[in-house]
Design a binder for this molecule. Structure first.
Ligand code: ADP
Length: 290
């Protein structure tokens, strides 16, 4: 299946243009929508999930007109919103059973099978009788994915799912998404570059409501080969350095201040050529918008 978004725009009543003529084609697999806070990601996710209206534009899921056929879309959709609320006293297995009833699985033994299958898939089977209030952040997010998987969705939207997870939980969550993404469209909205570089086969960068680039992360990184340079700039006058070079990022490492710059030719001056990473692409793209 393909999700196609054509010329989607949205201006809120306070005058903020959250989406500015967004067009994207999203195939099966894991798609990363990467952008800073306030870029328009949640607005786009909620619009695709038909939870809010856009001003113009169209969204198609193959030949299903998403914005006009909301009920049909809901049959295909699994959604994990940014804020996923539930009653902390519910036990995981009971809540999932209730949610599967709401998704239309009315047969009790079928529900039992589905709930068991999904809890095992997200690795919460052993914790099935625990109250949700006792879950760690990672377990809550995996439960969020479990409820999104009910009803066999063809399109799964997860909005900022790894914020607040520790590295181990994030890795585990990534593995789960990667497995799910083999079969359906998964859109992962995030401001964390590593979420996308580790996982996604396709991605877009969004800022101020505009899609700046849609690409294959591996391909775009190759285009930056031979152009990213590093140098220790501890004690260097930043004003003049900034004027001379296109700084992509700076970081502290072992007490030193290391700058990464973009230059298509060798800048000499003690710079060392380094392998590009997706973060270079991201910062370069954000700083280069017109
Ligand atoms: P992101 O998910 O990338 O952080 P959002 O889609 O939440 O971005 O927000 C995009 C812009 O729209 C921001 O400037 C935000 O303040 C604004 N915005 C979001 N929701 C509303 C709303 N309901 N009313 C007015 N402005 C909003």
């Amino acid at each position: 299946m393909n999700l196609t978004i054509n010329n989607l725009s949205k201006t809120y009543s306070n005058g903020v243009q959250a989406l500015n003529n967004v067009s994207l084609t999203i195939p099966n697999g894991l798609f990363g929508l990467l952008g800073p806070n306030g870029a328009g990601k949640s607005t786009l996710m909620r619009t695709i999930a038909t939870l809010q209206e856009s001003d113009n534009g169209e969204i198609w899921m193959d030949d299903l007109n998403v914005l006009e056929q909301k009920q049909e879309l809901k049959q295909l959709l699994g959604y994990l919103p940014q804020e996923f609320g539930f009653y902390s006293k519910d036990r995981a297995i009971n809540l999932l059973d209730q949610l599967s009833m709401l998704k239309g699985i009315s047969d009790k033994s079928e529900r039992k099978q589905v709930v068991e299958y999904i809890l095992k898939k997200v690795n919460l089977w052993d914790a099935r009788k625990q109250k949700l209030g006792t879950f760690s952040g990672g377990m809550k997010q995996r439960f969020g994915i479990a409820q999104a998987l009910l009803g066999n969705p063809k399109l799964i939207i997860v909005d900022e799912p790894t914020a607040g997870l520790d590295p181990y939980e994030r890795r585990r969550f990534h593995n789960l998404l990667a497995e799910i993404g083999k079969e359906v469209i998964v859109i992962l909205s995030t401001h964390i570059v590593d979420d996308v570089s580790n996982l996604c086969t396709n991605m877009a960068i969004i800022d101020k409501g505009k899609i700046l680039i849609q690409t294959d992360p591996g391909e775009i990184i190759k285009e930056f080969e031979g152009k990213i340079w590093e140098k220790d700039i501890t004690g260097v006058n930043m004003d003049s350095f900034e004027k001379e070079y296109k700084i992509i990022s700076t970081r502290l490492f072992a007490g030193k201040n290391i700058a990464r710059i973009y230059d298509e030719k060798n800048p000499h001056d003690d710079f060392k050529l380094v392998d590009p990473i997706l973060e270079d692409v991201y910062f370069f793209t954000l700083s280069n918008q017109s």
